[in-house]
Design a protein around this ligand. Sequence first.
Ligand code: NAD
Length: 256
Amino acid sequence: MSKMQGKVALVSGGAEGIGAAVARLIVAEGGSVMLGDVQLDKAQALAAELGERAAATHLDVRDLTQWEAAVAVTQARFGKLTVLCNIAGISEPGTITDGTLDVWQRTIDINLHGPFYGMRTAIPAMVASGEKCAIVNIGSMIALRPASFVAAYSASKTGLRGLTQSAALDCAEKGLPIRVNMVHPGAIRTPMYERYQFSGADTPENIEANFAATHPMNRIGEPDEVARAVVFLASDDASFTTGCDLTVDGGGSIRS
Ligand SMILES: NC(=O)c1ccc[n+]([C@@H]2O[C@H](COP(=O)([O-])OP(=O)(O)OC[C@H]3O[C@@H](n4cnc5c(N)ncnc54)[C@H](O)[C@@H]3O)[C@@H](O)[C@H]2O)c1
């Protein structure tokens, strides 16, 4: 269990859900992790549980100056930054005509501007580390197969896919030792999913069955299944992989 030995990661959205699973696995694989989240109490509690190689800082990904502070605090605590996992994200319903402008703005701010600010801030710090570095952005199967009723979310995740590929090309063509990749989850059992499952829109059992049915493997995924894909791309195991789309969606993005 030493895939992440010597790596120092900043994980946005690390307080719970997929981000927390990624943080746990990075530490289990020998790396160090700074959890950046708006839920500082939860991030601090997880960091305390993970021990010396974990710490937490307040980070609202919508704010470039908070990214600068989070990168600086990571370098101060662990000596460098070599991995960025852009995991913080929100999903709120709405079509182009009935979704509110607030939903549009908030979704684009968190899901697209957030990773943009994160990469913009992290890349110079990664270059300064002088080591092999990696960025992993979380998309969604919706980035590969946009869906109805989630216009802002579809736009944010397809936009992030373009940004990821641009960043991968920029880094590779400039000869920077930074790979940039994307993981696309299907429906994953996290607080985000459970907020919808228990929203009262239908019975939790029907919601689960309907989500499962959109995945050919006919089930919901677990956070650790996504974390393993993220850690693979963050580690040197993926040394010749950049700009890729790695799906963790039970076949959801290729269903007919
Ligand atoms: N759960 C799913 O079914 C699913 C499917 C596909 C993609 N995703 C994506 O995976 C990522 C994680 O989702 P999740 O299910 O773990 O969500 P979650 O809601 O369970 O956890 C999200 C975390 O991000 C944090 N966060 C929210 N806004 C933030 C902000 N402005 N700044 C910093 N942190 C912020 C939250 O506090 C929370 O800790 C998201 O990008 C989401 O779009 C999730």
